[in-house]
Design a protein around this ligand. Sequence first.
Ligand code: IMP
Length: 199
Amino acid sequence: MVDKIIFATSNEHKVQEVRKMLKKINVKVLSLNDVGLKIDSKETGVTFEENSHIKASDISRKTDIPVIADDSGLCIDTFHGFPGSFSARFLDGHSYIDKQKEILNMLEDIEIRDAHFTCSVTYINKKENIDKTFTAEVPGKIIKEFDEAGQNGGFGYDPIFYSLELKKTFGRATEEEKNSVSHRGRAIAKFVQFLEENN
Ligand code: IMP
């Protein structure tokens, strides 16, 4: 019976999102800070699946508590999926406001603005010999102009990502709205279903 897991990420926004989702099935989510561990491996994979697996295995080697890790990113169709797994490293050292503005510049005059977020979640439970990865996407479009009012909610590229399902940007959505359709929400939902069937 799994009642707590470590989420191998240093992004507190992600921990908060996932903590709320797993509270519903009474699974406590510990962050790396909570357990005093850190990821030493480099994200050397090319795919989201490979990178989430690298992060989960790294932490799983250091603890017996079950671990999840995710890897995610924004994929823009016109740029063949860029920035994809480079989403965090794109314009390294710059703020997300700069990163958003640069994406908007790169898409200036381009009509086809289709994009999606992808998220892979790897679950490793050493004691039960489980090692599984769940992947999901959310479809959307990149908005045309920088949205100052959308900067308060979400994180990363949320303010420039217009969700086709929510009919608003992730930056303007509530956390509950975002979780109900997001790539991470959907990948975690697949993980939750797996836990419910196997716990
Ligand atoms: P990761 O922490 O290696 O998975 O990097 C993911 C990067 O992709 C983040 O730093 C953001 O730049 C971007 N990203 C992933 N998920 C989201 C999201 O839900 N909203 C906004 N940006 C995201």
